[in-house]
Design a protein around this ligand. Structure first.
Ligand SMILES: [Mg+2]
Length: 319
């Protein structure tokens, strides 16, 4: 039966080509209370063990045939592996120690070494690793929190789609980054929404907004289009690389998808269910370039006309 490996117990890797040295070091480490000890008898085995087991600390003999300790350190450095390593050398000379440190070793021991020294070095390396791990973990948590915060700042809390602020960014970016392809914009709002809220209450109103948002998202192209809540019961859809014909098709698809939700709406004067009116504009990108405000104003104008023409329809801005 394999021994139980506790996740809290550090895993140590002992690398030495000499069988006696290896088992001596293992015995010493066990006496110090370490139980998860892996062994490797050459550099290749050491690298494999590091990949497979991710040890917390490597005790690395420098003098080994074929791949020596320097080469192991160099290979780890080249691969960007950060595993604390104590280099162990019989050569009590300053040069080999300096070279190990330069190659990324955390600490070193020269053979023969005192048990108290082994204990102190191993403990100190593991403690530093623990602190580093905690710091990395903390930084990751912080980054995740920042990402969540950023997402929240750009998201409409009710419907979960982009808010006005992100819409402004997306439209400005689409206008700035693409100077040759036509760009279309749809703005739409829910017909007689005030009456809907009056009749059914604000909870039903919120639910209606959520379903309308979802249906609009479903009717657009995932990679390309951005459906945003513009404010209240008003939504906007940015359609990059989209000419007037395509924009008309997408506008009609959205209109139909929302009508087909068949959300009862007794206060509407145009249907017995929730409908929308849409204004559509296409900027052909002919100079002079239009600003976001101008494009929005065109779509708004078309929306106003759609309402005047009896609602539940899409109207295209025509100069
Ligand atoms: Mg050796």
């Amino acid at each position: 039966m394999p021994p139980e490996v506790s996740p809290l117990e550090p895993t140590l890797l002992v690398v030495d080509d000499n069988d006696n040295n290896r088992s001596l070091l293992e015995r010493q480490l066990r006496r110090l209370g370490y139980t998860n000890i892996l062994m490797a008898q050459d550099g290749e085995e050491a690298l494999q063990a590091i990949v497979r087991h991710g040890p917390d600390l490597v005790l690395l003999d420098i003098q080994m045939p074929r791949m020596d300790g320097y080469e192991v350190l160099a290979a780890m450095k080249e691969r960007g592996w950060v595993v604390p390593t104590i280099a162990i050398s019989a050569l009590d000379e300053i040069g080999s120690i300096v070279r190990c440190i330069e190659l990324g070793a955390e600490d070193y021991l020269t053979k023969p070494f005192e048990k108290v020294l082994l204990k102190a070095r191993v403990q100190s390396c593991l403690e530093k690793k623990r602190l580093r791990d905690r710091e990395v973990h903390y930084l990751q948590e912080l980054e995740a929190a920042n990402r969540r915060l950023l997402a929240m700042a750009n998201q409409d809390g009710l419907t979960g789609i982009p808010n006005r602020r992100l819409f402004d960014t997306v439209l400005a970016a689409a206008l700035a980054h693409n100077l040759t392809q036509p760009l279309s914009l749809i703005v739409f709002d829910i017909d007689y929404f005030k009456q809907f809220n009056d009749n059914y209450g604000h909870l039903q109103g919120d639910d209606c907004l959520r379903r309308v948002a979802a249906a609009a998202v479903e009717s657009t192209r995932t990679q390309q289009d951005t459906v945003a809540r513009y404010g209240g019961e008003e939504f906007a859809v940015v359609l990059p690389n989209t000419d007037r014909e395509e924009a008309a098709i997408i506008a009609e698809r959205i209109r139909r998808a929302i009508a087909e939700l068949r959300i009862p709406h007794s206060g509407s004067q145009v249907a017995d269910h929730v409908t929308i009116s849409l204004g559509v504009t296409t900027d052909e990108r002919t100079p002079p370039p239009k600003t976001a405000a101008e494009v929005v104003a065109q779509a708004d104008r078309a929306l106003y006309q759609a309402k005047g023409a009896g609602r539940n329809r899409a109207i295209r801005y025509d100069g």
